[in-house]
Design a protein around this ligand. Structure first.
Ligand SMILES: [Zn+2]
Length: 421
């Protein structure tokens, strides 16, 4: 066993909402876990090597809990149209492998994928675990669930009625998914529907959650309009994705149920800023109509103390797997009123809690996996630091070093989606 003692580090501490200086982190490379974190450089344990982290800021790796690894965001503007047929299994697999590599190179060490063509994320997860491909750890949902002709029905399981939902969810669980994703309302990137439209009925939503929870799995609801959000909260979904229109009643319900929100603000922002003439008008019009309401809704949830976990909807137009996760945090600070520490928490401890992996992820703490990112500037002082160069460690191994070509390309992607309002 090789034990590394990283010394002199500034380490992010969730309880203090800040970095604590002059810390050491002792990592066992064999288990990939942190075995000790503390002040100063002295440790009672023996170690094989010392790495001096003087002047470096260490925080947990980013955890993006709303991704679509089988979608390639550039493909949208190359095709320039609504997709009429799903991409092939081979293309989706290639997209997934590329997206996985981009994600880890940009500091994303864990993702929850919430809708994958052909259940490809289940196989991608296995490949990542075996070390055959680079990428973050993956929590899978396989294909999502939609009503017949509903949101994302092209690549989802189409199910109608309580018994079809029950059968479908049980089949997905049999296939090995970690999470169930259900399209409770309409959405943006589908013609002929609106975010306010309720698609699954309350009993259909409820049975999906019950079947998932019965097997100890989580359930995520795509829910945008107000009534659909409330239906999803009442059904018991662990996370509400997007949440365009939260009111006081929804907030009270979320507090009751312990519901977590996954905002995916960059999905809207990227189409708003870059989508004109590329993303179909019927889709961009829905973004223009809803974006201010959406951002106000997330701000209201932040003010009310509803837990927020970071998700970008990566894979949607102009919204990929490079610096977008870090950029999402900037949006939380600038458009949703979070402190920089609150924004960091969304992508670390809150995401870990939403995925039910907070015993081993989301903090720099003994017993946790040594999945962390290292920057030379302080992200608490400026959240944009996270979009710059960083070292990325996974299971105690450095899997990406600062200042590479990928990093430069990554920052260019973010440049394209800068502020307009
Ligand atoms: Zn999505």
């Amino acid at each position: 066993m090789t034990v590394i003692n990283y010394t002199n580090a500034a380490v992010y501490n969730h309880d203090k909402q800040d970095f604590v200086f002059n810390q050491h982190i002792v990592v066992d490379e064999e288990t990939g876990k942190i075995i000790e974190v503390g002040s100063g450089s002295a440790t009672s344990r023996s170690y094989d090597r010392i790495v001096d982290f003087h002047g470096q800021f260490v925080m947990p790796g980013l955890m993006n809990i709303h991704t679509h690894i089988t979608d390639m965001p550039t493909y949208w503007w190359q095709s320039g149209k609504e997709k009429r047929h799903p991409d092939s299994r081979e293309m989706c697999t290639m997209f997934a492998i590329r997206n996985m590599a981009d994600a880890i190179a940009n500091g994303v060490t864990y993702i929850r994928n919430v809708g994958a063509e052909f259940d490809i994320d289940i196989e991608i997860k296995k490949m990542q675990e075996k070390g055959w491909i680079k990428g973050p750890k993956v929590m899978t949902s396989g294909r999502s669930f939609s009503i017949t002709g509903g949101h994302d029905s092209l690549s989802s399981y189409e199910v109608d009625g309580v018994e079809e939902v029950r059968k479908g969810v049980r089949q997905a669980l049999k296939n090995g998914v970690d999470n169930i994703k259900m399209m409770v309302t309409g959405g943006v990137l589908k013609k002929g529907e609106t975010p306010d439209e309720i698609q699954f009925t309350a009993p259909e939503a409820r049975v999906a959650v019950c079947e998932a929870h019965n097997k100890g799995k989580t359930a995520a609801a795509h829910a945008q309009g107000n009534a659909g959000i409330k239906e999803a909260i009442a059904a018991g979904f662990d996370t509400i994705e997007h949440a365009f229109d939260i009111d006081d009643e929804a907030i009270a319900m979320m507090k009751d149920h312990g519901t977590i929100i996954v905002p995916t603000m960059n999905a809207m922002y990227a189409i708003y800023n870059s989508g004109r003439g590329v993303v179909p008008d019927w889709a961009r019009d829905k973004v223009v109509l809803n974006i201010r309401k959406h951002f106000a809704s997330i701000s209201k949830a932040v003010q009310a103390g509803i837990p927020i976990a970071m998700g970008t909807d990566a894979g949607t137009p102009f919204n990929g797997f490079q610096n977008e996760s870090a950029y999402e945090l900037q949006l939380y600070v600038e458009k949703a009123g979070m402190t920089t520490a609150q924004a960091i928490d969304t992508a670390t401890i809150n995401s870990a809690k939403a995925m039910h992996v907070d015993q081993e992820y989301g903090r720099i703490a003994a017993g946790n996996y040594a999945d962390f990112i290292v920057t030379t500037k302080n992200p608490i002082k400026d959240i944009k630091v996270l979009q710059g160069d960083k070292d990325v460690y996974q299971n105690g191994q450095r899997v990406h070093a600062q200042t590479t070509a990928e990093q430069v390309i990554g920052s260019r992607v973010s440049e394209k989606i800068r502020a307009i309002f």
